[in-house]
Design a binder for this molecule. Structure first.
Ligand SMILES: NC(=O)c1ccc[n+]([C@@H]2O[C@H](COP(=O)([O-])OP(=O)(O)OC[C@H]3O[C@@H](n4cnc5c(N)ncnc54)[C@H](OP(=O)(O)O)[C@@H]3O)[C@@H](O)[C@H]2O)c1
Length: 283
């Protein structure tokens, strides 16, 4: 049984990079990949936080490397890729979890859809879409075997983008974030087709669309100081048939499946992990 499951889902010997690994969801996914046997690099702009996550993984018996970088700076990504390849020789898994919303791109209070600042809209779009595109270019090129002396010239690897329910259903307020995540869904399908057709079926691209989880950015939107629900938090729970927020660890099994040998024929899909949010009409 164990051997059979390992042949389907084991990640032993695989090398993973998690952007946003310094955050709540990315951190949980990085820990989960490490427990499944992968060597994991943690990326975010906060060096100390990246070191803390890597230290925690190593303390639990895993292999981890802090790899601080800004996902919008291609030079920083390329430097990080060089460090990772020097350390572990190849890269098999890229999780694009860096992202999030920005208050200026949100329709609330004085901000209406008619006076929304284009700079804020552009910033949130850049973080979520370009922040997925640029790491996919930089680390995807290594997976495609396009760098000298890497991967033995074979194209093999798996990219998992982190989307959102806001991509699929109109969600009040978060106009820029929703548009950017919808673009991430489209990019997931586009890139899956491009990589498989041009470089072969062992290069796969999928996405996970989480429902509602308590992260650093959305905590005060969903929970009051005393941890009871805000009005928006109540609306979210009312539209989540499971009746609760997700636990970041709930994303791990879907991520492992998408990265595993058992998913070799799965590419171009966006998998909801949402407690039924996307299935529910609200009635
Ligand atoms: N929480 C939810 O309910 C939920 C639902 C659906 C989708 N998501 C998505 O899940 C992902 C993780 O969200 P989270 O809830 O875990 O939020 P979080 O705790 O705020 O984490 C956000 C992460 O993004 C990183 N990041 C932001 N800008 C960056 C940049 N320019 N370069 C590199 N890293 C950057 C942050 O790292 P540094 O600060 O160290 O740079 C941090 O690790 C995001 O894409 C978010 O949109 C979250």
């Amino acid at each position: 049984m164990t051997e059979y499951l390992a042949s389907l889902f084991g990640l032993d010997g695989q090398v993973a990079l998690v952007t946003g690994g310094t955050g709540v969801l990315g951190g949980a996914m990085a820990r989960g990949l490490a427990r499944a046997g992968a060597r994991v690099a943690i990326m975010g702009r906060r060096r100390e936080q990246a070191e803390a996550v890597a230290t925690e993984i190593r303390g639990a018996g895993g292999e981890a490397l802090a790899l601080p970088a800004d996902v919008l700076q291609k030079g920083e990504l390329e430097a990080a890729r060089d460090i990772l390849l020097r350390r572990w020789g190849h890269v098999d898994i890229l999780v694009n979890a860096a992202g999030g919303n920005m208050p200026g791109a949100t329709v609330v209070g004085e901000n209406t859809i008619f006076n929304l600042g284009e700079d804020a809209f552009r910033q949130v779009f850049d973080l979520n879409l370009l922040g997925t595109l640029l790491p996919s270019q930089v680390f995807g090129a290594a997976m495609a075997g396009l760098l000298p002396d890497q991967q033995g010239g074979t194209a093999r690897g798996c990219i998992v983008n982190i989307s959102s329910m806001a991509a699929q259903r109109a969600m009040t307020r978060v106009v820029g974030y929703a548009a950017a995540k919808a673009a991430v869904d489209n990019f997931t399908r586009w890139m899956a087709v491009e990589l498989a057709r041009t470089y072969g079926g062992q290069l796969r691209v999928n996405a996970i669309a989480p429902g509602f989880f308590i992260g650093e950015q959305n905590r005060r939107l969903l929970l009051k100081e005393d941890e009871s629900l805000t009005a928006r938090g109540q609306t979210v729970i009312g539209h989540t048939p499971a009746g609760q927020f997700g636990d970041p660890a709930d994303l791990v099994s879907t991520l492992i499946w998408l990265c595993s040998p058992g998913a070799r024929f799965v590419t171009g899909v966006v998998v909801p992990v949402d407690g039924g949010f996307s299935a529910f009409s609200g009635v």
